[in-house]
Ligand binder design. Structure first.
Ligand SMILES: [Ca+2]
Length: 536
């Protein structure tokens, strides 16, 4: 259903295929008024598609914003992403864009549905979205868009929300992917990021130019184990990556409930070092004493970063291929291009790899949007935004009524620099997948974390402690602030409509905490505790 018959305010003249989609102020000349009426008429006749923006949504898997150079982290000169940076330079970059459950399937479900995990039903890995959940791709398809998805899907549902899809099963493989399509399976040869993009561009070349399109390109990279294309075999060979300030944090002392039991550590628990110390491509840097935790952690970090940087290079190059295609076909002016990741990722902070925690690096992800003439180039947004906001945003730009069951908000006022005084002041977060289970709130300054089965909390002042190394839950000076945040969390739970019974029940952790030793061998070979069945 067309919600509003309106044009899109443009900052400059239209140069793309879609014709002039300028704003329609009250002082427009008579000829333009006539064109306006014509536009309205064409919408009513169901042929408004020429005036609707195309959408390219590119989502990688586990791409930390710290490994996108325009985000300016300690890695900005080491992991360089010129093509994603170009999008930020020509559009808007979000610095506080978050997931509400930092793991693959749930974040994808929230992007698609505009709903938090407990609402769309996908709370854990390999989960399914409830049948009654709204899906932006379906809504766009009904409104006349050509819709297509290529790459990683990672949900139990069949992706038939899209008219065309070629998706891989589960995590997919880095090389020679097999796609599930509407017509059966298709096996391709090559590196996943390249093949996914080949397929996406082939589809674009064949699309009906008379209709707007939605193209979702979803990379497997740079997910662990960060396999890279052959052309990057020698990329950054011998490079030493700077270490994050908290790489050697003693998490046994700083965070008993959240960080200490977390399994994805460089040298502890399910240690990265233990999983990769015998790797050949590339080899782990030699460590003379395996009890030297500092040396083990540093070696693991360098190994991870080299592979990760090579993997990210493949993602960025393919983003560049898409942008070049849009330029060559003169589609850039009429296309909203979004680059994001399904969550953040630990690149050594607190000694971690992986994601899953409410703390900033796994909570926040890169999010950049370009829409020339509508979003001012080189702008920055610092509002607390979330993956649930994507679906309403796209429907808003397509002039489609946003279903009431979508819980996110359209980012359009933020993207266009109009008023957003009543924007949210806190982000809801809940994680059900063990590691440990927790929930809480991220305000513009503080992080409050709660756990099942205990009244103990963790609390961080992100203004005074941006690295989140000081749990100040027991500090008397913060008692009243914590009470304010507790009240904020209670309000947020009502707002997102989650009942206490829907919160995770136990603070399960899959791996016992402790330093890795060579006697343990590869932690991947150890028998893991049985997982609880996924919450329905
Ligand atoms: Ca992921």
């Amino acid at each position: 259903m067309i919600r509003e018959l309106r044009g899109f305010p443009r900052i400059g003249p239209s140069r793309g295929r879609g014709g002039d989609k300028g704003a329609y102020p009250t002082d427009i000349p008579p000829v333009s008024r006539f064109l306006n009426i014509l536009f309205v008429f064409s919408v009513l006749c169901g042929s408004a598609s020429a005036a609707l923006p195309n959408i390219v949504f590119i989502m990688s898997d586990d791409h930390a914003y710290e490994a996108v150079s325009c985000y300016g982290s300690w890695l900005k000169d080491d992991v360089v992403t010129p093509n994603i940076d170009r999008l930020a330079k020509e559009g808007m970059r979000f610095t506080n864009f978050a997931c509400n459950n930092s793991i693959c399937s749930p974040s994808r479900a929230s992007f698609l549905s505009g709903q938090y995990s407990h609402k769309n039903g996908c709370t854990g890995l390999n989960g399914a979205i409830r049948k009654d959940a709204p899906i932006f791709a379906s809504e766009l398809g009904k409104a006349g868009y050509q819709t297509a998805l290529f790459g990683k899907w990672h949900l139990k549902n069949v992706p038939d929300y899209f008219q065309t899809y070629k998706v891989v099963k589960g995590q997919g493989k880095y090389f020679d992917p097999t796609f599930l399509t509407r017509k059966g399976t298709e096996k391709k040869t090559g590196y996943s990021s390249d093949v996914y993009t080949d397929e996406a561009l082939s589809w674009l070349k064949a699309h009906d130019e008379k209709k707007p399109f939605l193209l979702c390109l979803q990379f497997k990279a740079p997910h662990h184990d960060y396999s890279y294309a052959k052309r990057h075999d020698n990329f950054l060979e011998g490079h030493t990556f700077p270490e994050p300030a908290t790489l050697h944090e003693d998490v046994t002392k700083t965070s008993a409930l959240l960080k200490n039991p977390y399994w994805a550590h460089m040298s502890r628990n399910r240690a990265y070092y233990g999983r990769h110390w015998k790797d050949n491509k590339p080899p782990m840097r030699p460590v003379t004493d395996h009890k030297d935790t500092r040396a083990v952690t540093s070696a693991a970090y360098q190994h991870m970063m080299l592979k990760y940087a090579r993997c990210v290079a493949g993602v960025d190059e393919n983003v560049g291929r898409v942008l070049k295609y849009l330029d060559d076909q003169k589609l850039s002016e009429d296309t909203i291009v979004i680059y994001t990741s399904d969550q953040g990722y630990w690149l050594g902070q607190h000694g971690f790899y992986d994601k899953r925690l409410i703390l900033d690096t796994s909570l926040k992800m890169p999010f950049v949007v370009r829409f020339p003439g509508h979003i001012k180039a080189g702008t920055l947004n610092e509002n607390l935004c979330a993956n649930v906001d994507l679906a309403p945003t796209l429907l808003d730009y397509a002039g489609i009524e946003i279903p009431k069951t979508m819980q996110g908000r359209s980012l359009r006022p933020l993207l266009e620099g109009t008023s957003a005084d009543d924007w949210r002041e806190a982000l809801w977060y809940c994680y059900w997948g063990g590691t440990p289970n927790h929930w809480g709130v991220r305000t513009d300054r503080y992080t409050l974390v709660k756990f099942p089965g205990t009244d103990e909390i963790e609390f961080y002042d992100n203004e005074k402690d941006p690295d989140q190394t000081r749990n100040i839950a027991q500090e008397a000076d913060y008692a009243s602030t914590i009470r304010v945040c507790e009240a904020q969390l209670a309000r947020l739970m009502k707002e997102v409509d989650i009942l206490p019974a829907e919160l995770p029940k136990k603070a399960t952790s899959k791996h016992p905490a402790g330093p890795w030793t060579p006697e343990q061998g590869n932690p991947d070979d150890q028998k893991r505790p049985k997982r609880k069945p996924a919450r329905k």
